[in-house]
Ligand binder design. Sequence first.
Ligand code: GTP
Ligand code: MG
Length: 243
Amino acid sequence: MKHTQTDDLQQEDKQMELINSLSMEDVLKIEHPELLLNKVEPFSRLMMQYKCAIMEIETKLQVLNEEFSMNYNRNPIEDIRTRIKKPLSIVDKMKRKGFPFSVESIEQNLFDVAGIKVICSFPEDIYTVRDLLIKQDDITLVEEKDYIKNPKPNGYRSLHLLVEIPIFLAKEKKAMKAEIQLRSIAMECWASLEHKMKYKKDIKNADEISQKLIRCAEISFELDKQMQELRSEIDEDNPETQY
Ligand code: GTP
Ligand code: MG
């Protein structure tokens, strides 16, 4: 008998039906649940909605940067990087934190599925961007962690905002949570290099290395302070670049 494209489509439909009939508990029993998760419709739908929330926030940031650059002739935002948490990381975190496994539970318990990283030019820009963003009437600030004023013991500095933003779908308006991390170029440099070394196992002199990393964080903080001072000096003589 001839194999047709319609046969393939019907076969795929049957597979989808089977996958959709699985409960999340069934999914978790499978060896690589993340591969299957991507095919489960409610999960893919939720990920699509997080993607939309990221698009909304990214646009808001770009708009602020555009206007700022017109008004003051400079960009407070150097770079915006976004990511959706990978299915495997979602599965891992749910297991690690002991949350019940369901699409609803992801939404209720994981607040960093949608992630936006904002790299600012100068430390003061971080707070300018934060203020301009959260004063907008469709954004709600749910939680704020200021690791710049209170750095982590390892030296990590950044401003973390947990926000809620509506997305407008065909039949509903839905509030989505997203995690925004704001940091300076120097803080990003440190965090990015520290992240690369975090997963190296069997390190001799781990304590000494931690001390050196703290020292590096302090050096980059000093660099930020001095660059900010220079920026402020320049602004004093050029009121048109001053926010
Ligand atoms: P979770 O329950 O895992 O979200 O912990 P938390 O909410 O206490 O984490 P927190 O909000 O402090 O940090 C979350 C994110 O910030 C991480 O996923 C990283 O992206 C970033 N981050 C936090 N601490 C560090 C750090 O020490 N080094 C680096 N490179 N990144 C960090
Ligand atoms: Mg967190």
